[in-house]
Write a protein that binds this ligand. Structure first.
Ligand SMILES: C[S@@+](CC[C@H](N)C(=O)[O-])C[C@H]1O[C@@H](n2cnc3c(N)ncnc32)[C@H](O)[C@@H]1O
Length: 144
C-alpha cells in the first residue's frame, strides 16, 4: 500500500466526506490519496514543478498559492494537512499557522505530519510531546 494511502487510513475520520486542504503539497501525493474518500480536496504550493500529473484525474484542485497569504475565505476547510513539509516552511510557520487557523472551520483539525528525519527532528523540537508517532508517521494535531 502507498505510504499516503496508509496515512489517509489513519486520518480517515477527518478525511472521509470532508473538505480537505493540503498545504505545501509538492507532488500532492497525499491529496491524491485523500481524494478517494474526501468530499473535496484542494492543495497549494508556491510552484507546480513537482506536481504529480494524476492530480487532475483524481479531482484534486491545485493552485499556486503562498500558504502565508491564502486567498481562501475564513472557515472553508474541515481538515488541513501539511505532509513532509515542516522543515521547508518552518521559518514562515507563524504566518502559515495564522492562515491555517483562519481558513479552517471551527471544529476543524490541522495536522502536521512528518516521516523524514529532517521534518520529524524539527517537529519534536518545536512541538515537544504534542508530536506523537502513529505507525511510522509523526503527527501533530491542532485546532483553531
Ligand atoms: C518537501 S516539499 C513538500 C513535500 C510534499 N508535501 C510532498 O509530499 O511531495 C516542501 C514544499 O513546501 C513548499 N512551500 C514552501 N513555502 C511555501 C509557502 N509559503 N506556501 C506554499 N508552499 C510552500 C515548497 O514549494 C515545496 O514544494
Amino acid at each position: 500500500m502507498k505510504k499516503t494511502d496508509r496515512l489517509v487510513n489513519i486520518l480517515a475520520s477527518d478525511i472521509e466526506h470532508k473538505d480537505v486542504l493540503e498545504v505545501a503539497c509538492g507532488a500532492a501525493d497525499f491529496s491524491i490519496s485523500a481524494a478517494r474518500i474526501a468530499n473535496r480536496v484542494s492543495c497549494i504550493d508556491l510552484d507546480d514543478s513537482r506536481l504529480n500529473n494524476q492530480v487532475k484525474q483524481n479531482n484534486v484542485h491545485f493552485q499556486i498559492m503562498d500558504a502565508s497569504n491564502m486567498s481562501y475565505s475564513d472557515n472553508e476547510f474541515d481538515t488541513i494537512v501539511i505532509y513532509n513539509a515542516f522543515f521547508h516552511i518552518q521559518s514562515q510557520w507563524n504566518m502559515i499557522e495564522r492562515e491555517c487557523k483562519r481558513v479552517i472551520k471551527g471544529m476543524g483539525k490541522i495536522y502536521i505530519i512528518g516521516t523524514w528525519s529532517l521534518d520529524t527532528n524539527l517537529m519534536i523540537d518545536t512541538f515537544g510531546d504534542n508530536a506523537i508517532w502513529h505507525d511510522g508517521f509523526l503527527i501533530v494535531e491542532m485546532t483553531k
